[in-house]
Design a protein around this ligand. Structure first.
Ligand code: UD1
Length: 449
């Protein structure tokens, strides 16, 4: 099996996530002149939300884990690579989307605040580290723009598996000197991250772990399939009850990351808004069943063609539709902001109810500045369609809100400038290139000194 001797990532790229270059490019803007319809082909990248837990799975074995179809240019992938390097994992991330992560030896069991605060998904090192090393010290991630986002379910699960958990100076100190034990864990609410953390930890625990009310997201299935390729025994993936027979004995493996369903959905909504026909290559429609109905009733045509999806809207006005975000297979919270943008220009009204995160309507005031008519009451928003949006200078505070404003810019009259695109660089590969390739008038402007 191939070994990785050094961190070639640092060599390939002159800047790392925390570097001045990247911080500066995060302050760049995107300028869009609205009104062009979209025609062409967009290749969907590997899913960042699948890639991050998969990268953490590399901590479970002393052999290399090779991941293909990785969105290697994304900020979040770079940030997690830095965290893993800090723990002793050697990494090679190649421009062709292959990542090789080798945790031959864990040199540190501490994930420091400075790294974890940049990206919550870093807490996914906690389960694998304590399972493999009997100890982990991970900074508490803190709240974020879309809500308080605690990690109590991750911690309760590890406790049930025999870990001692101490919270000290903003850090979680988890220890299980004699190793973790399999446990029955019934989640009070569905959590993608807690399911991932505990599923990984359970692979190295002694005995069987049963996760009930587990998340069913395609990203969970993808992680489970990779763990199985590494030698884990897991049943029930994609259902609310997952059984993991622990005991270790894992080895290195090669695994292809699933296509990004949120990126796919975002471009489907882009076509609904802007009109035209776009072929989405490497898209998995079966992961988007909750989006297809509302998009079709709004007026989008969706067709599967071989391994691709072709979406088109020609002429007819969009119609309002109601959605409520829910854990998978419900409507994804990560597509809520984009769908709301579409409703702003639909005939009639639509209601958007957010049940997953408590503070995920930050795009609303910015959309209203562009002329949208939206009324928010607690977790619901009524969107009354308006004939047109007007371009404006806007700024967003999270990834999906930022992309919702790009979508609004594609159809707004005149020019829209989305400032501080740091969030977009975290989760959307080459969004400017992909949209421009389909005829959008969009460009990235460097930050002024
Ligand atoms: C993941 C995704 C994120 C997506 C979210 C929901 C990644 C990197 N991120 O985030 O893009 O929006 O799933 O589909 O994959 N909760 C608790 N206690 C916990 C954990 C979660 O109360 O210990 C709550 C959260 O505050 C939230 C809900 O559970 O209200 C769902 O969160 P969760 O599924 O854990 O989201 P993430 O895994 O953080």
């Amino acid at each position: 099996m191939q070994t990785v001797k050094e961190n070639t990532w640092a060599k390939r790229e002159s800047h790392s996530p925390g570097s001045e270059d990247q911080k500066k490019s995060g302050l760049d803007s995107i300028r869009i002149v609205g009104g062009k319809c979209l025609k062409g082909t967009i290749t969907i990248s590997g899913a960042t939300t699948a890639a991050l837990p998969l990268m953490c799975a590399s901590l479970l074995v002393d052999e290399p884990l090779q991941l293909t179809n990785m969105p290697v240019t994304l900020g979040d992938i770079r940030t997690l690579t830095d965290v893993l390097n800090e723990l002793g994992v050697t990494s090679a991330l190649r421009a062709d989307g292959v990542a090789i992560l080798h945790a031959r030896q864990i040199k540190s069991t501490t994930a420091p605040y400075d790294m974890v605060r940049k990206m919550r998904a870093s807490v996914l090192v906690l389960g694998p580290l304590v399972a493999r090393c009997g100890r982990a010290v991970v900074s508490l991630p803190g709240g974020c723009a879309i809500g308080t986002r605690p990690i109590d379910l991750h911690l309760a699960g590890l406790k049930a598996m025999g870990a001692e958990i101490v919270l000290k100076d903003g850090y979680v100190e988890a220890s299980a000197p004699d190793g973790l034990k399999g446990a029955k864990i019934d989640f009070p609410i569905v959590s993608v991250g807690a399911t991932e953390n505990l599923m990984m930890a359970a692979c190295l625990a002694k005995g069987e772990t049963v996760l009930s009310n587990a998340a069913c997201e395609p990203e969970i299935v993808d992680l489970g399939e990779c763990l199985i390729a590494m030698g884990a025994k897991i049943e029930g993936l994609g259902t609310p009850v997952i059984r993991i027979a622990g005991g270790g004995g894992l080895k290195g493996a090669t695994h292809a990351v699933i296509p990004d369903r949120i990126e796919t959905g975002t471009y489907m909504i882009a076509v609904a808004l802007a009109g035209g026909t776009v072929r989405l290559k490497n898209a998995r429609l079966e992961h988007l069943t909750a989006l297809i109905g509302p998009l079709e009733s709004a007026g989008l045509q969706i067709e599967r063609k071989d391994a691709d999806v072709v979406v088109s809207r020609n002429g007819r006005p969009l119609k309002g539709a109601d959605i409520m975000t829910k854990p998978y297979p419900g409507f994804p919270t990560d597509l809520q902001a984009q769908f709301m943008t579409m409703l702003t220009l639909s005939e009639g009204a639509g209601m958007v109810t957010e049940t997953v995160f408590e503070n995920r309507f930050m795009h609303v005031p910015e959309l209203c500045r562009m002329g949208a008519n939206i009324t928010v009451h607690q977790g619901s928003a009524i969107v009354r369609g308006v004939p047109r949006l007007k371009g404006a200078e806007v700024m967003a505070t999270d990834l999906r809100a930022s992309v919702a404003l790009i979508l609004a810019g594609l159809v707004a009259e005149g020019e829209t400038t989305v400032n501080r695109i740091y969030h977009l660089d975290r989760g959307y590969e080459d969004i400017v290139g992909k949209l421009r390739g389909c005829g959008a008038q969009i460009e990235r402007l460097p930050a002024e000194d």
